[in-house]
Design a protein around this ligand. Structure first.
Ligand SMILES: [Zn+2]
Length: 393
């Protein structure tokens, strides 16, 4: 058994809206090159992705939508129809072969799922995935097909496993949440910047699931300008408690890297410190609860030079128990990319102290986040009380 599989294909780079669009898959190439130049990955670790079939996409997506995406990518979808499917918007423009490119990212997450669920690898990473805003019949927020939603349904049907999905992208993991909102065998936990000023606006603590699925959706909306310690407190406490409560068979982590202070689209104030800790705890809990079964996907992340390559490389280093994750970045990587980078590249794995000016409202933000967390985890606390009550009777 492999310790970890890195699912990748150059086809991922063809998921490209246009040259001005902030969603840029070159970040995967930058990450892989960083790992290569760090001597942390070998060709035998890399597993090729595949294109998901229509039948697989339709585990979650409407057939009419899949057809519309295919037509859009061939330039034959009428404008009014495109609009009703969320295609051709400023966020999610139409591009050539968008069906094939989008289905490839989904197939990558399915490949990662198969590797982990059949025991070919303990862990698997598909940085092309994590498109958490994709809906059943609509594209949204840079996402066409929702690879995590499709993979979770696929895992349920093929392996009968209960999945915990945890999403640490700065944006709410709405697409995955709504797909499994009434399903008690899938638990979703999303930590994100409050939707007050940020897309998609949902992800409040009171979105807790419905019907049989009530109590299996968790949201921790954090205040704008949240810093490392407060973010990590919420992450560690919610992830541990939800794991103990749900006891998953497999953990799927969405690793959007847009909560960093440098990210141009969001307003959180995290540093590389959280990107070191995120995979560490996922790894630990996967071994504690799931016999190691951990699938990780990418997601957002719009500072592709200073943030994403380091953050995503750290997931792989954690998966492979590689302790060489501090100190300077490989000189060959810096040399290879510095002339192409639109800003100075970081020289170390960690951020230096003080990359931003102190946040004046820090204590208020911490207090507010702690209260939000308590309310968000309330169903767990109340289920514990009920369980105690039943024991006494
Ligand atoms: Zn995001």
């Amino acid at each position: 058994m492999k310790k970890a599989a890195f699912v990748y294909s150059e086809k991922y780079l063809s998921y490209k809206f246009n040259s001005e669009h902030p969603f840029n898959q070159q970040r995967i190439q930058l990450t892989l090159d960083l790992l290569n130049k760090h001597g942390a990955i070998s060709p035998s670790d890399i597993v090729p992705s595949r294109q998901a079939s229509d039948e697989e996409l339709e585990l979650v997506h409407d057939p009419g939508y899949v057809n519309a995406v295919r037509q859009a990518g061939r330039g034959t979808l009428p404008g009014n129809k495109a609009e009703s499917y969320g295609l051709g918007t400023e966020d999610t423009p139409i591009f050539p072969n968008m069906h094939e490119s989008s289905a490839e990212l989904v197939g990558g997450t399915l490949t990662a799922a198969d590797y982990v669920m059949t025991g070919k690898a303990e862990h698997a990473l598909n940085l092309g995935g994590g498109l958490h805003h994709g809906f059943r019949g609509k594209a949204s927020g840079f996402c066409v097909y929702n690879d995590s939603s499709v993979a979770i349904k696929y895992i349920q049907e093929k392996y009968g496993a209960r999945v915990l999905y945890i999403d640490t992208d700065a944006h709410h993991g709405d697409g995955v949440q709504w797909t499994f909102y009434d399903d008690p065998d899938v638990c979703t936990l999303s930590l994100h910047e409050t939707g007050r000023y940020l897309f998609p606006g949902t992800g409040g603590i009171n979105e807790r699931g419905q019907g049989k699925g009530y109590g299996f959706t968790f949201n921790v909306p954090l205040d704008a300008f949240t810093e490392d310690d407060s973010w990590l407190y919420a992450y560690r406490k919610s992830f541990r408690e939800v794991c103990a409560y749900f006891r998953p068979d497999v953990i799927l982590t969405q690793n959007g890297a847009d909560a960093h202070y440098y990210d141009p689209l969001t307003h959180l104030s995290a540093t590389m410190k959280i990107y070191r800790e995120i995979p560490k705890l996922a790894h630990e809990l996967a071994h504690e609860y799931c016999n190691g079964r951990w699938i990780a996907v990418g997601g957002g992340g719009y500072d592709i030079w200073r943030v994403v390559p380091r953050a995503w490389a750290l997931i792989w280093l954690e998966m492979t128990d590689n302790p060489r994750s501090t100190g300077p970045l490989p000189a060959a990587w810096l040399e290879a990319w510095k002339s192409r980078a639109t800003m100075p590249l970081p020289e170390y794995w960690d951020d230096p102290e003080g990359i931003y000016k102190p946040i004046p409202r820090k204590p208020d933000i911490e207090e507010k986040n702690a209260l939000t967390l308590e309310k968000a985890l309330y169903p767990i606390q109340s289920s514990k009380n009920t369980a105690c009550g039943q024991k006494q009777n």
